[in-house]
Design a protein around this ligand. Sequence first.
Ligand code: BEZ
Length: 256
Amino acid sequence: MTTNPSSSWNSADYTTTGAFVAEHGAAVLELLNPQSDERILDVGCGDGALTLKITEAGADVLAFDASPELLATASERGLDTHLGSASNMEFNAEFDAVFSNAVLHWVLDAEGAAQSMFNALKPGGRLAVEFGGFGNIAAVSTALRATLIKHGYQDLPDDHYFPSAEQYARLLESVGFVGVEAKVIPRPTFLEAGMEAWLRTFRNGLLERLEVPQDQYELIFNETADLLKPALFDPATGWWADYVRIRVSARKPTVD
Ligand code: BEZ
């Protein structure tokens, strides 16, 4: 199974600090518009918080993720789960719709993911996905990189896929999708738990990958937050992350 080597998830942390991820899923859920007689694949369901909302529409949903830990939480929530990598899913023409929220930026083999999602759809099936688009978390990544370089970590991996609308539309069309509509939407995102908690939840995996000693994590995250304060901390409201989303819909042709 291929997983992003910079991703590492703590389920308890994700369901608290990361709760905003599912809360911001309303727009892509609306784009999906799930129907009660449909079978839907949720690619990268995480802890299943948003997947549950698809089931509330009456659809039969398969919750798919690469993290056994997050999938265990999804399963405890009563969801039908499947462990695997989004870049090589083995489904063949089984789903009326494929959905994904805040996940595809972790899948570096974007072409493999696009092809797998296409294969998973029945002819005429639809795709509704949202994830990090071009420019996503540019300030956060730059500050974390600067801090890591200062601490002697030079070989920093490019560990996310944040495409432009044109780039992603071309990719989907190259695997056979039609009717592709992709737009990039800047969405500054309020971090209720603050920047250091966000870094602990979402960037621990990068520090693990770089073999940073555990006792340096707090220092590195504190220094990163200090660098970001002038840009992303609003004294009136608190911390914001410079999120940019790409929201996409497309169809598999009726006859392929
Ligand atoms: C996001 O855009 O949702 C995201 C990107 C990288 C790390 C964590 C979250």
